[in-house]
Design a protein around this ligand. Structure first.
Ligand code: COA
Length: 191
């Protein structure tokens, strides 16, 4: 049984992960959704229904089978992105992780810290065996972040996105509890 009804606040060095506050966060959420790099690298649509999106963010804290947290810049206390663990696969005791950071927050170490904090929280507080994710082949920065946290490549789905007339592959990555524990032990041994 995986129960993610608790929405924690997790304080990191550079960022805070906290539950969504749709009313306060919405202008910053829209800044992320309208950002060309986010649209490209997440394969999302640049057009969206504002009411639907507000409703979506306003109902994230009620969800019991997934965890959606805001990434907040500690220095400004402003929403800069989100990190989500969703798509529970009961059979494999596995969930999917995804992250997006808007223009205010990128390339400052926030993504690495957010991913590590979320992975640690989920694996410490559930019985999940593994986390999985998918990343487009034209996103080496995201791959680097996931590899730093311990995700390894599992498989490639060819031609998952058409961008600028080119077919882009999607890379599936996974972090098992076993590999996460090995990394935890290495860290505590100072290696
Ligand atoms: C992907 C994302 C979460 C990364 O977060 P971030 O805060 O920007 O990344 P960080 O600063 O923590 O780390 C980036 C790492 O990638 C490296 N990097 C940056 N550009 C790179 C490139 N073109 N090729 C390889 N590595 C690159 C950096 O050097 C750094 O590694 P280092 O710490 O070893 O030096 C964020 O940029 C983002 O959300 N981008 C837009 C949406 C997106 O791509 N989401 C993921 C979809 S799978």
């Amino acid at each position: 049984m995986v129960d993610l009804s608790n929405k924690p606040t997790i304080i990191g060095k550079k960022i805070i992960l906290r539950p969504m506050k749709a009313a306060d966060d919405f202008p910053y959420i829209e800044e992320c959704l309208n950002d060309a790099e986010v649209v490209k690298l997440t394969g999302s649509s640049p057009e969206y229904d504002r009411e639907e999106v507000f409703h979506w963010y306003n109902t994230r804290n009620e969800q019991t089978n997934r965890l959606d947290l805001a990434i907040v810049d500690k220095t400004t206390n402003v929403f800069v992105g989100e990190i989500v663990v969703n798509e529970l696969d009961q059979l494999h005791q596995s969930m999917n992780l995804r992250i997006l950071i808007g223009p205010r927050g990128r390339d400052r170490g926030f993504g690495t810290e957010a991913t590590q904090l979320m992975v640690d929280y989920v694996l410490m507080n559930t019985v999940l065996n593994q986390l999985t994710l998918s990343v487009f082949a034209f996103n080496p920065r995201a791959r680097r972040v996931y590899e730093k946290v311990g995700f390894t490549m599992e498989s490639i789905d060819k031609n998952q996105l058409e961008y600028d007339g080119k077919q882009i592959d999607s890379i599936n990555m996974k972090l098992t509890r076993e590999n996460w524990l090995i990394k935890q032990n290495e860290k505590s041994a100072g290696r």
